[in-house]
Ligand binder design. Structure first.
Ligand SMILES: [Zn+2]
Length: 280
């Protein structure tokens, strides 16, 4: 196995293990059989030492395999030497950060923009407003395939200057869906792109009136899409955000409230109101 292939395998395994953590947080009683099977399958031919180190890291952080960003390990922030960076880029061997021991890879260059700094005296945003904005509400979504619907969300992220390249963002989001669908039962999905360079965690919310097949269990149609762009440095927020959203929206009434919002402005108000307690 080449090491480029190995690092891809580690990234996929990390996604599955984090998906398992999410699922457990969202639905404590949900069966994990299929996920466990996939994790076992994907990990089967990994050297035991790598597998156990990955697991140890993932106990502490959802980011055990991280990109190099601006010559730093994006896991712990330490600056890397040029020869270390070249080694990782060449991918002839698997490399770990000497400081935090995370596995390093060379990133695929999605850049999130820093948010405009607040004007003097303006209040810091609270709750869901730390991660999202009225301009990131997309209602209604009109596409009929996962690619079209994710495309609408990515376009909005680009239009609102949360990312520079919406098309590339879409490619990465689809690659992530190909590992395992982010749809859960109850008609929601949590598509995302991780390991992004810079910026803050940003979330768009899209509502599809009819629903589309997004890989949810059985013949579930997905109507509610929480789409997140996650710089590595914000991954701790990410799990909190996901568990807050899951906690709120596993209640049918809360989902119905989102689905019945008649425009984007109202959708934002509903989102803020519903998550007031679960996301601080
Ligand atoms: Zn590090």
């Amino acid at each position: 196995m080449t090491n480029r292939k190995l690092i891809n395998q580690l990234i996929q395994l990390q996604e599955l293990i984090v998906a398992r953590m999410q699922k457990k947080a969202a639905m404590p009683k949900a069966p994990l059989g299929a996920l466990d099977e996939n994790i076992a399958l994907l990990g089967a031919d990994l050297p035991a030492a790598i597998k156990s180190h990955l697991n140890r890291l993932l106990q502490k952080t959802p980011e055990a395999v991280v990109p190099i960003i601006n010559e730093n390990c994006s896991g712990c922030g330490i600056q890397l030497t040029h020869s270390q960076i070249n080694d990782v880029h060449r991918a002839d061997d698997l490399h770990r950060c000497l400081n935090c021991t995370r596995y390093l890879y060379y990133p695929s260059e999605i850049v999130a923009r820093e948010r405009v700094s607040r004007a003097y005296g303006e209040k810091a945003p609270k709750g869901i407003a730390r991660f999202s904005a009225p301009s990131l509400m997309v209602a209604p979504l009109v596409g009929t395939t996962p690619e079209e619907v994710l495309g609408e969300l990515c376009q909005r992220m680009q239009r609102e200057a949360f990312v520079e390249d919406g098309k590339h963002l879409l490619e990465l989001a689809l690659q992530r869906e190909a590992i395992i669908s982010t749809a859960v039962d109850s008609g929601m999905a949590f598509p995302h792109v991780r390991g992004v360079d810079g910026g803050g965690l940003a979330m768009a919310l899209g509502i599809h009136k009819k629903g589309i097949h997004f890989g949810g269990p059985g013949r579930t149609l997905t109507r509610i899409f929480f789409f997140m762009v996650i710089p590595t440095a914000t991954s701790a927020f990410y799990l909190k955000l996901i568990s807050g959203l899951s906690q709120t929206f596993r209640e049918r009434d809360a989902r119905e409230a989102l689905l019945s919002a008649s425009n984007e402005e109202e959708l934002w108000k509903v989102l803020v109101r519903q998550t007031r307690k679960s996301i601080r």
